[in-house]
Design a protein around this ligand. Sequence first.
Ligand code: SF4
Ligand code: SF4
Length: 438
Amino acid sequence: MTSLEELRKINARCIHCRACQYAYSNEPDREGDSEDFTGMLLSCPSGNLYGWEGYFNSGRMWITRAFLNNEIEPSQEMLEVIEACTTCGLCAEQCPNLIDTVDIIEELRAAIIETGVEPLKKHKRFAEMVGTEDMRNPYNEARSDRTKWAQEKHGEQIDKDLKIGYFVGCTGAYRQQHVADHTASILKKLGVDFTIVSEEVCCGSPILRTGQKPVFEDVMNKNLEIFKDFDLLLFSCAGCYKTIRNDYPRISGKQLPFKTRHTVEYVYDLLKAGKLKINKPYNEKITWHDPCHSVRHVGLVIEKEILNNSQNWLLDSRAAEKTKEEHYEISRVVLNAIPGLELKEMYRIKGDSFCCGAGGGVKAQFPDMALSTSKERLREAASTGADILMTSCPFCITNFNDGIKALKKEEEETGKDLSDVGSKLKVVELLEVLDELL
Ligand code: SF4
Ligand code: SF4
């Protein structure tokens, strides 16, 4: 048994109330009864699509209980149900009993695989690629090409003996290189003495999420060794940030030897300290998507750290909630510091934000779920009247662009105008915008 056993008592707190299936939404009533209607919406990407209890977190907590009590036989079918989850953490945010739902889901995946059940096909392939010494990424690319994106424009930043590192991540290094390029450019403009490390390997996020712990621990240990003498690591990828910030200490049982900050948070720190002013205007109407991994998951850990050290639960739970809210405000503080930018919020935001649909191994293994989730979020984004959907995660951007591509195709095939559900939205990375404005 893996450390799922260690989470037995936390899992036992589940009373099957099903509060974790819903999130607060400021959406007007879809029936049109009242423009002022606010309320709760079913907001689990997996449960919403498949409909069965086992696909909602509430069902998964009970499957976990049955597994721990040897009342259910682990199987490929069971693994498929448990893997069809983006690990978005919406359920953890909603649970009144503060259950670490995503940790339990990920440990259950690992425990099922540990009994001898084969990982799902696409997930297994991730682990093979990340586990291969001359690859160490889930994109089937050569490890020697990891810093190729930087050689021409940022060659002077590679492998310097410095204390601040930019952890690029596999998506930035091999797929969304413009995000890595803009991030390096911003850091230079801000005068940060940073280095890009060619030895860096995959953070392990897709491997951990899909329950393949031995390969995850291998890359985690490698990165911890490579970056052990750094003071600070900066990130542009929400997944890498969450994995190294939250999961490395939890799984290794040791505090990180360096501090961590997402680039958006770094810009926020400078704004708050009065060291940065954005003067150039950005005259656009935008809506903002909170990436689950850098926003909600980090907020949840901030809350948990305060509560774990609490001597007075009543006072500290308020402080924890407030500190978490402040974390959810970070990107909004940055957006509001941009002159000309008009922010139109979606109905589900911050801790209640609806996932883009890509995470947790879903995009590779369950493309239909990734697409339908992306479309639901695009519909919500379009309903704000914004022209631009802005976020700060390369993986969210990929999935939203795939959703828009599908809507455009549908428009061509049916002749219908789908702009009201998002076909005309432009997806933009906040880091790109900041780079252009600074
Ligand atoms: S995980 Fe929490 S919110 Fe969900 S059913 Fe269990 S107790 Fe209720
Ligand atoms: S993590 Fe997200 S997708 Fe998974 S069960 Fe919870 S709400 Fe649903």
